[in-house]
Ligand binder design. Sequence first.
Ligand code: ADP
Ligand code: MG
Length: 728
Amino acid sequence: MTSFRFKALKQTINRKPIKFIEPRKHSESFGINVFSENTMRQYLTKDAYEGVMNAMNYGSKIDRKIADQVASSMKDWAMAKGVTHYTHWFQPLTGGTAEKHDAFFEPIGGGNAIERFGGSELVQQEPDASSFPSGGIRNTFEARGYTAWDPTSPAFIYGTTLCIPTIFVAYTGEALDNKTPLLRALQSVDKHATAIAKYFDKNVKKVTASLGWEQEYFLIDKALVISRPDLIMTGRTLLGHSSAKGQQLDDHYFGSIPQRALNFMRELEFECMKLGIPVKTRHNEVAPNQFELAPIYEEANLAVDHNSLLMDVMGKVASKHNFRILFHEKPFAGINGSGKHNNWSLSTNTGINLLSPSKTPMRNLQFLTFFINTIKAIREYEELMRAGIASASNDHRLGANEAPPAIISVFIGEQLTKVLNDLEGVTDGKLSPEEKTDLKLNVVGKIPEILLDNTDRNRTSPFAFTGNKFEFRAVGSQANCAKPMTILNTIVAKQLKDFKIEVDSLIKNKDLKKDEAIFNVLREYIKQSKDILFEGNGYSIEWEKEAKKRGLSNNKTTPIALKSKISQKTIDLYGEMKVMSEVEIKARHEIQLDEYSLRIQIEGRVLGDIALNHVVPTAVNYQNILIKNVTGLKKVFGNEFEAIAKDQMDLIRKISEHIAGITTKTNLMIEERKKANLIEEAEAKAIDYCDKVRPYFDEVRYHCDKLELMIDDELWPLTKYREMLFTR
Ligand code: ADP
Ligand code: MG
């Protein structure tokens, strides 16, 4: 009998690389399938073009006549490229993307038909889509969901379908997706950051948040993935003994990319080019068969769309190359998991990166203003930031053996630490002319354009300043970046709003000059937020203790971390910044808790199945072989046999012990699951799944992994770690 495992291995070994002939220059294919600014200029009348551009840049409404024109031009453009269908493309609260295709085709009677796509179809659709989670928002029959065009993210062609990025909202106005709150947060940060940027330059009209994500993933042969029920059902291996060689030699990181993987990457990059996703960097990551892909940063909403689209494209291209992508944060125990660093900055329409130090003292004061306000925002809302990256799968990274830790802290490097220390000593109230000069020349003026720490950065920090941007490193590889980006931009917006009130009040009531007022407020902010700064090893036990002393949160599991999403502080924040209503907040919280429980439930079921129906029978088979051997030895050696068969008998006993371990623990887990399932309330249920069900996973796994080491390799049914990680 050849097992599934050996068939998969044979298939993998015999794979021929799929050829891919890439075009000579990527720049020639860049954006050819995007209804971009350039395409619009060609296809739209001047009025229509300006209408869309104004909507994109300043959020103005697009009137019906213009929408008709845009739709008709989009259709002509798309049809010339072989497109037959269109879809409103959106991001429901499942975290993925959704599409429902409709044909342009329309019968017009008399046996004739035409291709049609009007403004109304472009602007709004009612996909029903009632099966997406809504957290109770759509419980009433009249609460239909509809999608509405987001002109800030350009339409694109994917396959033979014209995709129109849209928001997804209930008939009653509540957001049912991840994009709507993000757009509101971006609007808010634009408004409040622009007001502050005007302190320094009256010409600033708009501030844009930028996002550059770095996507990590595992690339494993399709046959090997399919041979593992746990990978198919849960995205991670629920058991499997670590292989003798893992990542300890550090020989994979930045190593030469294997040919099959490279062919996949080249085709993927070509597909991304056509879709206007500006992918730039590819390299091997730390773990075997782990890779990273990063684009050039873009406006945050577009970057989020591009990341969601990319994850979909990756799956399709991988399949063509006989691979499966593992996006899970921890597909294999004992080796690195995957994250998705979110690099974030703010820039003005005048082309200034507000988080970039510069040559002039004035510009550096502006830099410090945004820099310190961001740190203060993180200090105030560290717990919400943690909540923004919480998921069952990311829990395996955060606060588990592998960092970043579940404690949010900010790394700024030695040079900027010194600047903040100096600023902390600024005199209260009015500054003497000497002090002003000193500050400008020796503190603010001394910040170099390029920071040394930029190259020597602390990889253990969850939120690090890296020269001209902050890098939020704790985001999970499967995450929709809209979630952390909504939080970050909202808290910074709120902080900047408060900052303006304080500065203006000092100017008005204390008769301070603008820069004096700014220095004064920044000084207080440094004092208030110093606790969040940490330059040491974020993975260490000492930091956990220190952070506790400082009063920083350390919420290791999702159900607990999520609590801060519905705290009064959060409800007030989102209400004030007009990002989410209480109904929207609570709905999301409930959806996330439900999702958590469901994921643990599924893992529990799959683990139970594998343990009882794959591992135990294999162990029994092998034990029978040993028993036969021992009985045979007894026949041959008579009285002497006990000494001769000692090891086999030991093994027989140990196998029995582990079988007993598996069955007992699995049954206890099933009992706990039954109890958890009876709990109605979402949070209590999630906590039960977390605290009562999940701990059995490791216990069951322990016995299974021990058996893997004892049982004849020929009989073991599950593809092993070394095979998944090193066969190519
Ligand atoms: P790494 O962190 O792997 O060393 P880099 O720091 O060079 O790599 O860049 C990582 C990501 O940061 C890229 O996606 C890049 O486009 C993005 N990035 C660079 N500058 C900015 C910025 N000002 N704002 C947002 N993202 C940025
Ligand atoms: Mg990075």
